[in-house]
Design a protein. Structure first.
Length: 337
């Protein structure tokens, strides 16, 4: 009994330390991102320029860098939580909205709107959501064969991702390869994002994260066998559909604004489970902070690693996430069948 209490106390302490560390790192990277570039402002100057008196340098940082920083944080949080939800409903720790084709399906729908109906820009998240739903439905149906095999989901998702990525690239080429809305979605480039893009992304991400928090109990139950979950009073099919739509919403709206980013929704949940455990009541809030930190860090590194040129955060995540995915695949005997 005493050993159980000691274990619980250690776990509780590790959880709080993990939250404190990730919050500190997020604030550290946030301030570093503000000062990455030709203009730099001190913390005191930033506060005075934002809340007390006009400062030309602070105003430039506010208009040019803050939207990009906030989009990085919002998109990172959304993609990470989407990965947590997909892994819960598919019972597949390798599920990621980028790997299984959700992001590319959403990106293709957003590209179609940007190409053929540019005046309907503010409806892009809606189109991206339906594109993500279509991609998820396609992967789910093609993977089903007397049940869902984790390996079939991954292989089918890779094929669907390649299909929609290729179609998006075709439309990008048709626009002349210019830095248009189409190119920014395909290349996951957030250089020219503005406060209107923040306003477009924020309500959807907020709604998606709120829904994810509401379903933390159901996510825990879905880790059990379906028969056991039903015995506990859970309508498994309906719950899985609702959580799936929430996960698709988070991944799709992020793709519509920030572009398709792979591996973020894979890496963050795994690190979260190592640090705070598998209870979704803790894992989802932690993944929200860790996802925001990871995407913002990747974007900040991309801005500095080849200055004055930039490398998109999606490329940074692919370079880091590819080996991480291979390592997980090799370590898991479950996927060798």
């Amino acid at each position: 009994m005493n050993q159980d209490m000691v274990r619980k106390q250690k776990k509780y302490r590790r959880t709080w330390i993990s939250f404190a560390v990730i919050l500190f790192l997020l604030l550290l990277v946030f301030f570093s991102a503000i000062n990455t570039g030709s203009l730099s402002v001190s913390f005191g100057q930033l506060l005075r320029g934002l809340f007390v008196e006009y400062d030309e340098n602070v105003a430039a940082v506010y208009d040019l860098r803050f939207p990009r920083i906030l989009i990085s944080m919002l998109a990172g949080a959304a993609i990470a939580v989407s990965g947590v939800l997909f892994q819960a409903i598919l019972k597949n720790p390798l599920a990621d909205p980028g790997i299984i084709g959700i992001s590319s399906g959403a990106g293709f729908a957003a590209v179609c709107v940007s190409t053929f109906f540019p005046t309907l820009y503010f409806f892009t998240p809606f189109a991206a959501f339906f594109g993500g739903v279509a991609a998820f439905f396609l992967v789910y149906c093609l993977s089903w064969k007397q049940g869902l095999s984790p390996l079939r989901i991954i292989l089918t998702g890779v094929a669907v991702d390649a299909l929609f990525t290729g179609l998006s690239s075709i439309f990008s080429t048709m626009t002349g390869g210019q830095r248009t809305g189409v190119a920014s979605i395909v290349e996951a480039n957030i250089t020219q994002k503005t406060w209107s893009d923040v306003g477009t992304l924020f309500p959807y991400v907020l709604a998606g994260l709120f829904l994810a928090i509401l379903f933390v109990g159901e996510c825990n139950l879905l880790s059990l066998e379906d028969k056991t979950a039903r015995g506990l009073g859970i309508n498994v099919n309906r719950t899985r559909i609702v959580i799936s739509l929430t996960a698709v919403l988070l991944a799709s709206v992020s793709t519509a604004v920030a572009g398709a980013v792979s591996f973020l929704g894979l890496i963050v949940p795994h690190i979260g489970r190592l640090l705070v455990g598998s209870d979704h009541k803790v894992l989802i809030p932690f993944s929200t902070l860790a996802g925001a930190f990871t995407f913002l860090l990747a974007d900040t590194i991309g801005r500095t690693i080849a200055a004055p040129y930039e490398v998109s955060a999606a490329v940074i995540m692919s370079v880091v996430g590819g080996p991480f995915f291979i390592l997980l695949l090799r370590r898991s005997k479950k996927y060798g069948n």
